[in-house]
Design a protein around this ligand. Structure first.
Ligand code: 13P
Ligand code: SF4
Length: 304
């Protein structure tokens, strides 16, 4: 089958079987084309409200599918590839978080959405890259234990000097690979380009950026900007998507190393197989789901 034939077959099957497809912005172009909703983690987490279908297929990584199940327990939620995880989310175990909470007993725990359901269940508030600064600024508490991404955490701390932050020494293994030398080289090669980066990048990178935001934020900024050239400091699929959507502009990767292997696991064939019964259904114990939901509800209440 050609890509187009496979896409048509997917669209036919998804309608026949009542499946709502969510695809994170890091997924391949041909997957975004057949999805009902695409975007950043926040957008995917909240989009399920609008789904009338009984089954939701998440083309993304495990914590994203878990978040959908936490918010919509009545749906069958399928993860496109069972091995698609987020190494940063998996790094912070409940035991490690428990130790940190003992060390900082007066701090509220703010968990990035890139965490497991068990870690969310131990946290006070959840944040996404697009909502973190706004949500934390609206928290009355002044002392925050931010987990697991110390780079997103440092970015929040810089924007909220009135708060005291404690961090877990975690971070995204993909974004952490780029540094100041990549910024200087890219800027030398493309002196007229604006630098747009994800807050998961190291401080030495975000300090030099013209715009810092979520995957959807970066895409929206580039599309609306009157500038014609951009250096993109996040997963390199975003460079491809932007180049496709804005053929009159130029997009350059900050580094060729910005590839998330977990996001790349899902192919159009995976989506097709899921519609025929493949993928992994996400099952969460009800007490765990309810405990994990509290911190996501708090994020939404605070205008996340
Ligand atoms: P976004 O919320 O910006 O989509 O980020 C998710 C992620 O995993 C980025 O690496
Ligand atoms: Fe996790 Fe990084 Fe991949 Fe995002 S890019 S899913 S934070 S490993």
């Amino acid at each position: 089958m050609t890509v187009r034939e496979l896409q048509n077959e997917i669209l036919r099957l998804k309608k026949e079987r009542g499946v709502f497809i969510l695809a994170h912005s890091y997924e391949r172009h041909e997957i975004l084309e057949i999805a009902d909703v695409t975007g950043d983690s926040y957008r995917l987490a909240t989009a399920v409200k609008g789904a009338k279908e009984d089954t939701v297929l998440m083309c993304g990584v495990r914590f994203m599918a878990e978040t959908v199940k936490i918010l919509a327990p009545e749906k069958r939620v399928i993860l496109s590839e069972k091995d698609a995880g987020c190494p940063m989310a998996d790094e912070l175990t409940p035991e490690l978080l428990g130790d940190l909470q003992k060390k900082y007993p007066n701090a509220v725990t703010a968990a990035y959405i890139n965490t497991t359901a068990r870690v969310k269940a131990m946290s006070d508030v959840c944040v996404t890259s697009s909502s973190a600064v706004k949500v934390l600024s609206r928290l009355p508490e002044k002392e925050i234990l931010f987990v697991p991404d110390c780079n997103l955490g440092s970015y929040c701390a810089k924007s909220l000097p009135e708060k005291t932050f404690h961090f877990f020494d975690g971070g995204c293994p993909v974004h952490k690979q780029t540094g100041l030398s990549d910024v200087l080289r890219a800027k030398e090669e493309h002196p007229n380009a604006l630098i747009l980066v994800h807050p998961e990048c190291l401080k030495e990178v975000t300090d030099k950026a013209d715009y810092i935001g979520s995957t959807s934020g970066i895409m929206d900024f580039a599309k609306k900007s009157s500038c014609k050239e951009f250096i993109i400091g996040t997963e390199n699929t975003i460079v491809e998507h932007l180049q496709y959507e804005c053929p009159d502009k130029k997009f350059y990767p900050l580094s060729k190393k910005l590839i998330c292997e977990d996001m790349r696991l899902t192919t159009l064939k995976s989506v097709y197989d899921c519609l025929l019964g493949g993928g992994e259904e996400i099952i969460l114990d009800e007490p765990l789901r309810l405990a994990a939901k509290k911190c996501i509800d708090k994020m939404i209440e605070l205008g996340g």
